[in-house]
Design a protein around this ligand. Sequence first.
Ligand code: AMP
Length: 188
Amino acid sequence: MFILILGAPGSGKGTQGRILAERLGLPKITTGDLIRTAMKEGTAPLGIEAKKYYDEGKLVPDSVVLGMIKDELDRPEAKTGAILDGFPRTAAQAALVDKTLAQRGQRLNHILLLDVTEDELVRRMRARSQVEGRPDDSPEAIATRLQIYQRDTAPLIAHYTQRGIVHRVPGGGTVEQIAEDIKRIIGR
Ligand code: AMP
């Protein structure tokens, strides 16, 4: 089973993805974490290329991340299912995911869209910046990330809604409430 957690930055994708992956015993693929690791280790080309976009809150270009996404989906652990956290985020990434799975006779089974108001997103990212000190949680980068989500990623919702696999999950409650909602939607 392949499940995509979709939502604006700060909507709780990472937290809910972790809970779901543990419950279903599936690997979680998190492009943000992979990019952060590559930057920390200075891996070429990903880590080095990513930095100039990441810190400003911009998406790392598809030319840099598509190869990474393909490699992750092709890993043996992800052969029968995975939780996708943080990708696809663009039309080109969605096309790659669709094609890679289709070639294996698979598809995305569920899209969980975490629905959180913009005020709440900003509040959470500011709170996180106090704790984690992520450079992309600065006020300027937060604004850029929200804009880019609306421009590049939100259109994917329409693409997947046509297939009838999008479930809107109210994302403003507690972590436990949201996890329960997701359990009910997935049916396990
Ligand atoms: P996240 O941790 O998912 O909020 O991602 C943090 C940052 O990593 C984003 O603002 C982008 O710079 C980069 N990033 C993560 N996932 C992707 C992706 N699928 N495509 C492009 N850039 C990404």
